[in-house]
Ligand binder design. Structure first.
Ligand code: GDP
Length: 539
């Protein structure tokens, strides 16, 4: 594929100004608050709170999101795009609840960088660690934001130590805080040698904090008493000696994380973080793919438009019973009306109504480039993991499906609706809400699997609300599922001997259902030529 010259409409130029990132955190560390404040700092919304307000109107319109409201968590990952400082930021919203880790994992496959939010009082929490591991698996560089400095915080050196020991990442602070909680006064910009004062005020007050002043100017005494000044300067000196200097290459390779401090709630440190994302987070890079059986790399500037579906969401707009497939573009200049072809099914579709999601609205996308995420309304043609391109020949590395940790048998109360149930379950499995397994032997049962209990609640709610199906979840005799693979004869031999425990997933791949992990270990030992996988890449 030829690369076009860097004119304003060229894919090379446009991809270079994209920053596509996600925020990862443990629940309550401040992801939602930071999201709002990044949008505010980026000029995408005028007053903090707009995101939530919009969420609420959306929730009242959409039945299944009742759950979201009742549980007070966000179960839907979405994307928000904003243009700021000559750059296009695409912020992927990952759900914070651990039951939805599958969704989060898939969203992270579409991100080029991640912001890790830490609560300054709590440091690294279990969910932070889990999400971090996914980022590391996918080589996603991480920017650290230490939030809630307006509250009593841990010693910043301890926080950095934790990053280094628990995550094996070199922390490179770009700022250094002066105090925390009631004594929080602001932070030093270690590179510019300026002090950024923090003005305590209410969270609704959008007026800025005082302007930065030079460290060695007299003006600093307006914000710090001599003792505080000595303390922050000493801390800054110690940290410059102890920490490695920030090195962009090391960050991009996943060895180092630049560290920012702030208070999302008090709008402090967020503009600096946004500038940091702009400066250091990578623009989209070439993606690994397969074309006609051969491995290749698809560069953002390639002429051919391509991308992959990382999420499918149903009924976002209750007036249209549509599904939206979120396509992360990997190359080319997409224009509205373009025909794209799915690699796995060979189906072609004209993308006439692609949407992009801005903080306050969704709009038709006239054009889009690598790094952008467009929503493609469709009626169930597109699935998570699908690769789309003009030629239909490109396949991107698949998205993982994880072995479910809970398996349930699902039945519909009205037996006449069994067929209906099958369709509904398939739809939800295609969206990735839950997984669906169909026993290979005669039974008309459906086994559904999930990583967390909440997925079943979402499922029951949606089966009732969207499909008018009253269902029962019953315990299933199985506790574990493994995808099996290997030479055809070995797999067939294994299947023959375990007919009653075999099932197929939504893509007709064979799955062994075990009653315990002990049983899985036992059969795996007896069938060494068969592979038992906990994950399967789709697409
Ligand atoms: P999420 O679960 O990670 O999305 O966290 P939220 O953004 O919903 O924040 C959790 C709680 O922490 C809320 O009550 C926020 O108001 C509060 N919070 C978030 N950021 C800050 C901060 O910088 N300072 C203080 N004091 N509270 C914050």
């Amino acid at each position: 594929m030829s690369t076009s010259p860097a004119t304003p409409l060229s894919p090379v130029f446009q991809a270079a100004r994209r920053r596509t990132f996600a925020i990862i955190s443990h629940p309550d560390a401040g992801k939602t608050t930071l999201t709002e404040n990044l949008l505010l700092a980026g000029g995408a919304i005028r007053a903090a709170g707009a995101v939530r307000a919009r969420g609420q109107t959306r929730r009242t319109q959409s039945d299944w999101m009742k759950i979201e409201r009742e549980r007070g968590i966000s179960v839907s990952a979405s994307v928000m795009t904003f243009d700021h400082d000559g750059l296009m930021f695409n912020l992927l919203d990952t759900p914070g609840h651990e039951d939805f880790s599958e969704d989060t994992y898939r969203t992270l496959t579409a991100a080029d960088a991640a912001i890790m939010v830490l609560d300054a009082a709590k440091g690294i929490e279990p969910q932070t660690l889990k999400l971090f591991e996914v980022c590391r698996l996918r080589d996603i560089p991480i920017i650290t934001f230490i939030n809630k400095m307006d509250r009593e915080a841990q010693d910043p050196f301890e926080l950095l130590d934790e990053v280094s020991s628990k995550l094996a990442l070199d922390p490179a602070p770009l700022f250094w805080p002066a105090g925390s909680g009631g004594r929080f006064k602001g932070m030093l910009d270690l590179r510019k040698q300026t002090f950024i004062p923090y003005a305590k005020k209410s969270s609704n007050d959008d007026e800025g904090h005082p302007d930065p002043v030079a460290i060695n100017s007299n003006a600093i005494s307006r914000f710090l008493d001599p003792e505080e000044q000595a303390e922050v300067e000493e801390g800054a000196m110690l940290v410059s000696e102890a920490a490695k200097p920030f090195d962009v290459q090391s960050f991009l390779e996943g060895h180092m994380t630049p560290v920012f401090f702030g208070s999302a709630l008090r709008h402090f440190g967020v503009a600096e973080l946004l500038a940091g994302i702009g400066a250091y987070a990578p623009a989209p890079h070439p993606a690994k793919a397969v074309r006609n059986g051969a491995e290749t790399h698809v560069a953002p500037g390639d002429g051919e438009v391509s991308g992959f579906v990382f999420k499918v969401q149903a009924n976002m707009d209750p007036n249209h019973r549509d599904r939206i497939a979120f396509l992360r573009l990997t190359s080319g200049r997409f224009t509205r009306g373009m025909k794209l072809k799915a690699q796995n099914t060979g189906k072609s579709m004209s993308v006439n109504a692609p949407v992009m999601f801005f903080a306050s609205d969704r709009e038709l996308a006239e054009d889009a480039y690598a790094g952008d995420v467009i929503g493609i309304p469709n009626h169930g043609v597109l699935r998570v993991g699908d690769s789309l391109s003009e030629s239909g020949l490109l396949r991107f590395a698949g998205l993982p499906n994880f072995a479910p940790e809970i398996l349930r048998r699902v039945r519909v109360k009205d037996p006449l609706k069994a067929k209906h149930l099958k369709k509904a379950l398939e739809g939800l499995a295609e969206e990735g809400v839950t997984q669906l397994f169909r026993p290979m032997l005669g039974s008309s049962d459906f086994i559904v699997g999930a990583v967390g209990q909440l997925q079943f609640e979402v499922m029951a709610d949606r089966l009732g609300g969207e499909y008018a199906l009253d269902v029962m979840f019953e315990p299933s005799p199985y506790a574990e599922a493994r995808w099996i693979s290997g030479a055809r004869t070995d797999v067939e031999d294994f299947q023959d001997k375990h007919k009653t425990a075999m099932a197929t997933d939504i893509d007709d791949q064979p799955v062994f259902l075990g009653k315990s992990s002990w049983e899985i270990g036992y059969v795996a030992e007896r069938f060494p030529k068969v592979r038992f996988d906990r994950t399967r890449e789709r697409g």
